[in-house]
Design a binder for this molecule. Structure first.
Ligand SMILES: [Zn+2]
Length: 403
């Protein structure tokens, strides 16, 4: 969280010495709003303690936000101690809303999200070969966004878009999204023009990591890796509390770690990539399912396997799959030393005993995991929604500072 600045402009760490009073006010307002957005309603007293500000400064900021309808105040239901209770400060979800869009290979999901992360409305539609082109997707997003926001009676302040591909963060340029068949698409600029909104575009796994960090299983963790399997396999990294981006934001193509010399050819130009051993196609092979077809069949097969294993079935067709998953994760853990690895998307459907085997193998084979006290490996509680939640948070970043 952003630390607030002291009322005298020389707040914690005195990094603000010399800041103008209006800058200090704006910064404190954004810090307070971010606190309410991420952690929910709380009392003025708690805000004062957490943000390191005195009560009169909190009062001034909250009064200003209440006047513009961004927060409301209420007497807390449960009073503690004697004396006058500190008022609860609640964000008003509709005071600032964003549009979140998750572009997947088979589907586009869209939601309108208010301050505090409340989903005010959502919509989704399926994609097939003809409707998957950038032009078709952009047109459909614009039309659906208009219908959804009109129905809700809200005007978004920004939009966040998740794309399974290599995305330039500065301007939302999609270099390659192989599973969508997209190459060199000025998605940020084109969507910004039709939506008439500031648009930020992010790689899907990077946004999955952001979502888990802000609202999922990784809240409070400073170092985490989110690894997800959809058609492809991608990763998002939070290191020391911040997204690890690399040059122009291209970190995270861990699906293309070469792990099997002489393995299957991959569309990236290499062979034996991790994705070829643990992506959806590999999972279908392991389960004896035909190539392609609906995702639901894979999930149903995994559920049946889970039930069979729980009932004592001796043979597990995912033994080798688990080996490859663990092999890649050992490299990821040794390289990035996360406290936590979050397995997202299709990985969340793996039977728990398979995830347990992967945990054991990673712990036994990664000296870094052991050194950090055992890297936790968890499945994503946000599941299919993680990237949509991350897209909303991406859009909120500049919005909270401008409300
Ligand atoms: Zn590859």
């Amino acid at each position: 969280m952003n630390r607030a600045w002291g009322a005298d402009g020389g707040g914690p760490g005195s990094s603000t010495a010399g800041a103008r009073p209006d800058e200090v006010r704006r910064h404190n307002r954004a810090a307070l709003l971010r606190r309410l957005h991420v952690d929910g309603p709380c009392t003025r007293a708690t805000l004062a303690t957490e943000l390191g500000l005195n009560r009169s400064t909190i009062k001034a900021v909250v009064d200003g936000l209440a006047e513009s309808g961004v927060v409301t105040e209420a007497v807390p239901a449960q009073r503690t101690g004697a004396g006058r209770p500190s008022l609860m400060v609640l964000p008003s979800p509709e005071a600032a809303v964003v549009l979140a869009v998750d572009v997947r290979v088979e589907q586009v999901a869209m939601s309108v999200v208010g301050i505090g992360g409340q989903v005010l409305g959502r919509h989704s539609w399926n994609l097939h070969r003809r409707t998957r082109t950038p032009g078709e997707v952009i047109t459909h997003v614009a039309e659906s966004a208009q219908l959804l926001t009109e129905e809700l009676g809200v005007t978004p302040a920004g939009a966040g878009i998740s794309v399974p591909g290599v995305v330039r963060r500065d301007d939302g340029w999609v270099h390659e999204a192989p599973n969508l068949g997209w190459r060199d698409v000025a998605l940020g600029a084109r969507l910004g023009a039709v939506l008439r909104l500031p648009v930020r575009v992010g790689n899907d796994a990077e946004l999955g990591a952001l979502a888990e960090h802000v609202r999922g299983v990784a809240r409070g963790a400073t170092d985490l890796v989110y690894v997800s399997a959809d058609f492809g396999v991608g990763g998002g990294v939070i290191s020391e509390g911040r997204p690890l981006r690399g040059a122009r934001g291209y970190v995270g193509e861990i699906g293309h770690l070469p792990i099997r010399p002489g393995g299957r050819p991959c569309y990236c130009g290499s062979r034996g990539c991790w994705e070829t051993e643990v992506g959806e196609a590999a999972l279908r092979r392991a389960l004896g399912l035909p190539e392609g077809g609906p995702r639901g069949v894979v999930v149903a097969e995994l559920r049946a396997l889970e039930a069979a294993l729980a009932a004592g079935a001796r043979t597990n067709p995912l033994g080798e799959f688990a080996e490859w998953l663990a092999t890649g994760l050992v490299t990821v853990v040794n390289l990035l030393a996360p406290q936590l690895v979050v397995l997202g998307d299709l990985f969340t459907a793996l039977p728990p005993c398979v995830v347990d085997d992967v945990r054991t193998m990673v712990h036994e084979r990664s000296l870094v995991s052991r050194a950090v006290g055992g890297t936790r490996i968890e499945t994503s509680p946000l599941g299919r929604d993680a990237k949509l939640v991350g897209a909303a948070e991406l859009a909120f970043e500049p919005v909270l500072g401008a409300v």
